[in-house]
Write a protein that binds this ligand. Structure first.
Ligand code: ZN
Ligand code: ZN
Ligand code: FE
Length: 764
């Protein structure tokens, strides 16, 4: 007999790790105990040396799907402790160390039962176990047990209850455990909200097959679905949802169905099949615009709940590729409530596939892609939240409020930053409400007592106002938008010391009171210096110009001394906007790369309007065709008050001259992107002589051509380059930078007491 102590570090809490240890110890006839500690899990084991060895091997090999075992420390102990069984002990340390698991797709064992006609959960849309199923979306409060989840109203039947208490069962202490006898049920309602008799899944499939639009309630919200292979249905959905251009995500029955639509690498297949089930951005087989996506990429996901698996299963008939787009009224958060859906989607949905398990935490689908073989986030939400991002600093009690348009917040506890799910644009009252509720929920679930707040410099952001309303006597730090972007990318890479940032986005308030967005900064988490930018663009009508991008085109033409008649606007509008520009009335200045892209896209495409933020940069990228000959436009700089400013005028003149010469749009689009890559590298070479690591952040870096072009050129020139992998480069990821800056700038006095909310659930 031997005795050992094991400490396991990594993501081993809130992922079913202790039940796993429990089962493993029982299987190998080992005795002892396990408990959560702040760094992970600690256990003591007693038994024959061979069994202990087997335990260590199985520990990493059989770990639950979401567990990340980073380090296993084994210490031999002297003598026997005389344990007679294996026990789960209460957590050690300051408490408040609970992590909550994200919502997970069904595990292989549950999938087998779902398809087994002899199983009591055959075709049951809510099958789950300790390895899979809903988590974050159903938790209301801590400790995580059934009474504090959406399952509170469902009393387990004797069969389920027996599983719940059986240590050998996969459903031992699985809080959402249920079956057709005792659990939630799905139902299908017609357009009038009347429940239809029959199998709800089959009814929904028939409606979809007939080209109808069906609202489908998932884990974190309600989707609108239609047959992705039926162009007419897709266009009808676009019309009814008032979403003319923005790409739609598609849910595919299986990988084969994905491969029919897109090119899929092995790594992308792994990502699609991971239990997190994000929407993965893939290259379309046919890059031409289609009703699903106007560019060459398509967001695709595999079914992420048993309900979606049954729905997309064509063995019962019906389409195997479905458009899945969030059901929301324009600008509002995704719907979660049945009654709300029936009211709000009248005239939009032809039928409703709903269920009676309430959604506690609204959570949209995540959108990810692979770049240089590594994960990058466009939206970090379902399947990823509320897992933390680990940072090298103590973040306890820090609350970062994020920006406004793609708002998200982050709260800190120990070395963990907990970024929120995707929230949306706070200018919408319902979204602001969602933001407030979600923040309260995070503070509760992670036992965080605010010690300081950090927000954007912009005084009118609703996130700033919310910080002011909550801060009381606590410190409030206001952080310049692009500095926060820079710090976010530094923190994303655990970078200490100084960095050079290329921060390109739509807009953010600068320290000089003007709008920035094409920035080159040097700095660290304590301070920064603005070194370079781009020539400010006048935005006629301010916000109106971000929708009517023809106005920006006109502004660029006027600035470059060209004929305003080339702007894609009706001539009366041209005259009116030109007059605004002459008088500089209602024309804020923005040194914004996003707006420059919008204006250039409008010029090339002859398109005066966009329907969604970021359309210009995305569509300009989509115009580029492989094999198109390269071209460069002139790159010129001016020095103003120590700031090295890229002069956009020679670029605009070159583009317009090429348009008049009939050069292909693909060649011009590529020329613009290559020119901007060259410009970025030139700025870096001149402004970053110290060769600080270069961080790339801001929403413009969703444009992969730019991301790749700048990264490769900089690396060739000998600069280390860091990009985002744990949070989005857009404003959604900004809160991480705010948190890192607050950790550096706000040394908190003494330890905050975070132990008050750590009531303990021994398992999970
Ligand atoms: Zn399972
Ligand atoms: Zn049951
Ligand atoms: Fe931004």
């Amino acid at each position: 007999m031997s005795r050992i102590r094991i400490e396991i570090h990594g993501i081993v809490q809130g992922v079913g790790f202790r039940p796993f240890l429990h089962r493993l110890a029982r299987r190998l006839n080992l005795t002892g105990w396990a408990r959560n500690i702040p760094a992970g899990v600690e256990l003591e084991l007693e038994g024959p040396g061979q069994a202990l060895e087997a335990f260590r091997t199985a520990l990493t090999r059989e770990a639950p799907p979401l567990a990340v075992v980073e380090e296993v420390l084994v210490t031999p102990l002297a003598g026997s402790a005389g344990y007679t069984d294996f026990a789960i002990r209460p957590s050690a340390g300051t408490g408040g160390d609970t992590l909550i698991c994200p919502d997970l797709a069904p595990c292989p064992a549950c999938l087998r039962e779902l398809a087994d006609p002899t199983d009591r959960r055959y075709r049951y849309p809510f099958i789950n176990c300790t390895d899979c199923g809903p988590r974050f979306s159903i938790v209301r409060d801590l400790p995580y047990d059934r009474a504090r989840t959406s399952m509170a109203g469902f009393v387990m039947c004797p069969d389920c209850d027996a599983e719940y208490h059986d240590i050998e069962s996969r459903r031992y202490h699985a809080q959402p455990n249920c079956c057709p006898v005792c659990g939630p049920r799905a139902f299908f309602l017609d357009a009038q909200g009347k429940e239809q008799p029959g199998d709800p899944i089959a009814l929904a499939q028939a409606a979809l097959a007939a080209g109808q639009i069906v609202a489908v309630k998932g884990t974190g919200g309600i989707h609108l679905a239609c047959d992705a292979g039926n162009d007419e249905a897709v266009l009808r959905l676009r019309r009814r949802k008032n979403r003319p251009d923005k790409p739609l995500a598609v849910l595919c029955r299986d990988l084969d169905a994905v491969c029919r639509l897109c090119l899929v690498s092995e790594a992308e297949a792994d990502l699609l099949e991971s239990p997190r089930r994000p929407i993965v951005l893939l290259q379309k087989r046919n890059p031409a615009p289609d009703p699903l996506s106007a560019n060459d990429r398509l967001g695709v996901m595999l079914p992420y709940t048993p309900l979606h698996i049954l729905l997309a299963d064509t063995s019962a008939g019906g389409p195997d590729t479905l458009v899945m787009t969030s059901a929301n009224l324009s600008g509002c958060p995704v719907m979660v409530d049945n009654q709300e859906a029936l009211r709000g989607l009248a005239g939009v949905a032809d039928g409703f596939l709903l269920h009676d398990r309430p959604i506690q935490n609204r959570c949209d689908d995540s959108l990810v892609g692979l770049w240089e073989g590594q994960l990058c986030f466009y939206r970090r939400s379902r399947g990823y939240v509320p897992q933390p991002v680990t940072l090298p600093w103590d973040l306890t009690g820090l609350v970062a409020m994020g920006a406004e348009q793609k708002a998200s917040f982050a709260v800190g506890r120990g070395h963990h930053a907990f970024p929120s799910q995707h929230i949306g644009d706070l200018k919408n009252a319902e979204t602001l409400d969602h933001y407030r509720t979600a923040l309260d929920r995070y503070l509760t679930l992670f036992g965080v007592w605010p010690a300081a707040f950090v927000c954007d410099l912009h005084p009118d952001f609703f996130s700033t106002r919310e910080a002011e309303a909550r801060v009381g006597a606590l410190p409030l730090l206001r952080v310049q938008h692009h500095w926060a972007h820079m710090a976010a990318c530094m923190a994303d890479n655990n970078l200490e010391g100084k960095a050079f940032g290329i921060l390109w986005d739509g807009t953010g308030l600068g320290t000089d009171g003007t709008i920035w967005g094409g920035e080159f900064l040097t700095g660290d988490y304590n301070d920064f210096e603005r070194r370079g930018s781009i020539r400010p663009i006048l935005l006629p009508g301010g916000d109106a110009a971000t929708v009517e991008i023809g106005r920006i085109a006109l502004s660029l033409l006027t600035d470059a001394g060209l004929d305003p008649g080339d702007a894609p606007l009706p001539s009366a509008k041209v005259r009116a906007v030109a007059a605004m520009l002459r008088q500089s009335a209602l024309c804020p200045r923005a040194s914004s790369m996003g707006r420059l892209f919008d204006g250039l896209y409008a010029l090339i495409a002859g398109c005066g309007k966009t329907s969604y933020e970021g359309q210009g940069p995305a569509l300009l990228e989509a115009m580029v065709r492989p094999g198109e000959p390269g071209r460069y436009y002139p790159v010129a700089f001016a020095l103003a008050d120590g700031l090295r400013v890229f002069d956009t005028r020679p670029l605009v003149r070159g583009v317009v001259a090429d348009l008049h010469r009939g050069i292909s749009h693909a060649a011009i689009a590529r020329g613009i992107l290559d020119t901007l890559c060259r410009m970025a590298v030139n700025q870096c070479a001149v402004l970053n002589r110290e060769k600080y690591p270069v961080v790339l952040s801001g929403g413009v870096f969703f444009n992969r051509y730019l991301l790749t072009g700048i990264t490769r050129r900089l690396r060739r020139a000998g600069f280390p380059v860091l990009t985002h992998h744990r949070v989005s480069p857009g404003d959604e990821g900004l809160c991480l930078g705010q948190l890192a800056i607050a950790a550096a700038r706000l040394p908190r006095k003494g330890e905050q007491d975070v132990s008050c909310r750590s009531a303990e659930d021994p398992l999970h």
